[in-house]
Design a protein around this ligand. Structure first.
Ligand code: ZN
Length: 78
């Protein structure tokens, strides 16, 4: 895969789309929340349901990418 393409990808869990991903073997890992997304047949699967979560994470709301947004966008959900 062309790695310059990967530099444009951002963590799909981060609604501000500001967190870059890094390639690790057959996965793309978020540099902040450490969620790893599989790469299948050369294409990264940036779907939370397909991702591998860090140990101890059971809910998306526990992830730093998601928490960051809750803090900065107070009017997001009322
Ligand atoms: Zn993330």
């Amino acid at each position: 895969m062309d790695d310059t393409f990967l530099t444009h990808l951002r963590c799909p869990i981060d609604p501000t789309r500001s967190t870059p991903l890094v390639r690790r073997d057959h996965e793309l890992q978020c540099t902040q929340c450490l969620v790893a997304f599989p790469i299948k047949q050369g294409l990264p699967i940036l779907v939370p349901g397909e991702a591998h979560y860090p140990t101890g994470i059971r809910d998306l709301t526990q992830l730093p990418c998601r928490r960051k947004t809750n803090r900065s966008a107070g009017s997001f959900r009322k």
